[in-house]
Design a protein around this ligand. Structure first.
Ligand SMILES: NC(=O)c1ccc[n+]([C@@H]2O[C@H](COP(=O)([O-])OP(=O)(O)OC[C@H]3O[C@@H](n4cnc5c(N)ncnc54)[C@H](O)[C@@H]3O)[C@@H](O)[C@H]2O)c1
Ligand SMILES: O=P(O)(O)OC[C@@H](O)[C@@H](O)[C@H](O)[C@H](O)CO
Length: 500
């Protein structure tokens, strides 16, 4: 694969202008999701309306994606897997590649460059440095603290965190005063406003000068966005499928479902691609769409992954094919999450849920339960506490949300003596060792759950609700002593009673 093959393979949307100086977009977090989502909508937008919207993309630490992409001149294919079959198309929009950890000064220089008009982020929840304990900047994190110390020093060397890089880059850009937009594309609620808060807090704590703070306040926008496309990790089989369809060897393909949704708040002071002509929705109701996504898709997706893994199901479709898991998931959606959402006026929510049940049954995607269940300590704080607290404050017990938490604990921080099985053991979590330590020495699953919640891993306010903590403990007890199906039945009975 490479630019020389472009005439012989189907192109997705339009190519970006060749000249890297005309690349208006910087992207941080060059994972599979960005390459199958924002990059695709951008290519489609440029097909409808040409513009200087090439992308300079940076991976976080690894060269796993950057090296093969660079060998292919930034060109790669998107393998779309749907009920209609598989198709592959080629994308040619990346005009610069790098690794944040290797070249932080280059990231800062790119952000300072007035030719770049906006920056997109797909760095996972952990990339935002939000403290699960306080909701503010995560000053408990050693990497963040190191960045703050560095920024306060006489000769700052190089930030390591995304927030540190943004703060340094925007400080440098303040010198030209060229307006800019930072557009987060992660499953983080109110991601735009959250990013603004974290960057501003970082600047204040690091003693940044008033000019930088004023510039960020007045000339940098942080639009909110809701992003939705299931993009499982690329595997060697992805390259083989692309080779079979296109007759070309691609070492950096991505695979995705057909469905794709991007709802964006329209606030770009230096301009933007005509994304609304490339399949995106520009809306003033993004926050409501985010709630729909986080509570109808992501939260229930986590529940499918944890129950499925505990039942030894390797993939989401294999898990969702189990009636009892589908029933528990739909109960979480309809009884507990949907009633807490302020729905956007233009959304057909029943259609969205109906579509979703088909998307979760997409066997060709083979989204692994271990992938969806990983990093729960960063993901569940976005997915569980707000709806759970809404019910608890109204005197109702959210049993399916409690089940989600209990199943997460059983998979990732199981009580002593309980083996959650191969699929759950494959889940990874940056907070796993700390959580194991917190619960060490507890002698019952109920005490185990109580210790974990009391550590503030989800939200301190939620942990203070004893009726919730007790229910998580009871469900964890059933999970480890009888099994996930019995725990799901117990939660379902309670959820139906509470929501009658
Ligand atoms: N894959 C999906 O289906 C999907 C759908 C919607 C949203 N998303 C969002 O996109 C994110 C990335 O998903 P992906 O499929 O591309 O995963 P991926 O593993 O392919 O890529 C993750 C990217 O984030 C970077 N990253 C992770 N932690 C970071 C940190 N602390 N600081 C800086 N960079 C960090 C990684 O280096 C990598 O570039 C998800 O976490 C989610 O928020 C993914
Ligand atoms: O990627 P994560 O772990 O944040 O979430 C797992 C899935 O729920 C998520 O990737 C969805 O597939 C995606 O959010 C769909 O738009």
């Amino acid at each position: 694969m490479g630019r020389s093959r472009l005439g012989t393979v189907p192109l997705l949307g339009a190519s970006a202008p060749e000249d890297p100086a005309r690349a208006g977009i910087i992207h941080l977090g060059l994972g599979a999701f960005h390459r199958a989502h924002a990059a695709v909508h951008t290519a489609l937008a440029m097909q409808a309306e040409p513009g200087d919207w090439g992308i300079v993309g940076f991976a976080h630490r690894s060269r796993r994606v950057v090296d093969p992409m660079a060998r292919q001149d930034g060109v790669y294919s998107v393998l779309e897997l749907s009920e209609a079959g598989a198709r592959a198309d080629v994308l040619n929009v990346h005009r610069g590649l790098g690794v944040m950890a290797e070249e932080p000064q280059r990231v800062i220089a790119e952000i300072a460059d007035p030719a770049r008009k906006l920056l997109t982020l797909a760095v996972s929840e952990g990339g935002y440095s939000v403290s699960p304990r306080t909701g503010g900047l995560d000053v408990d994190s050693p990497a963040l603290r190191a960045d703050l110390d560095d920024a306060r020093s006489e000769n700052p060397a190089a930030p390591r965190t995304v927030i540190g890089l943004l703060a340094a880059g925007l400080t440098a850009r303040a010198r030209s005063g060229a307006p800019f937009a930072v557009l987060p594309c992660d499953n983080v609620s109110a991601a735009g406003r959250t990013t603004r808060r974290m960057v501003t807090e970082f600047l204040q704590l690091s003693g940044a000068d008033e000019d930088a703070l004023t510039f960020v306040r007045e000339h940098v926008s942080f639009p909110d966005a809701m992003v939705d496309r299931i993009v499982p990790a690329t595997t060697p089989a992805t390259s083989a499928q692309v080779a079979a369809l296109l007759g070309v060897q691609d070492d950096a393909p991505v695979r995705a479902e057909q469905f794709s949704m991007w709802v964006i708040e329209d606030d770009f002071p230096a301009g933007r691609p005509a994304w609304e002509r490339g399949g995106a929705i520009m809306s003033s109701e993004v926050e409501k769409y985010e709630q729909v996504k986080l509570r109808i898709l992501n939260g229930p997706h986590s529940l499918i992954a944890y129950l499925g893994a505990l039942d030894d199901r390797p993939t989401i479709p294999a898990a969702f094919a189990e009636d009892w898991i589908a029933e528990a998931t739909l109960a979480l959606i309809h009884h507990e999450n949907l009633p807490t959402i302020d729905l956007p006026a233009d959304l057909d929510v029943n259609g969205y849920i109906e579509d979703l049940t088909h998307r979760w049954r997409n066997h060709d995607l083979g989204h692994r339960t271990a992938q969806v269940g990983s990093d729960g300590s960063m993901r569940l704080p976005q997915r569980v506490p707000t709806p759970a607290l809404t019910h608890l404050r109204a005197g109702r017990l959210p049993a399916m949300l409690a089940l989600t938490v209990a199943a997460w604990f059983a998979c990732v921080v199981p009580p002593a003596g309980f083996d959650p099985g191969e699929q759950a053991r494959a889940m990874t979590d940056p907070d796993q060792a700390r959580l194991q330590e917190v619960a060490a020495g507890t002698t019952t699953p109920a005490a185990h759950a109580r210790a974990l919640l009391a550590s503030g891993c989800l939200s301190t306010e939620l942990a203070a609700h004893e009726e919730f903590t007790d229910l998580v403990g009871a469900l964890l007890t059933t999970l480890v002593s009888v099994g996930p199906r019995a725990a799901a039945a117990e939660a379902l009975t309670l959820s139906m009673k509470e929501n009658r």
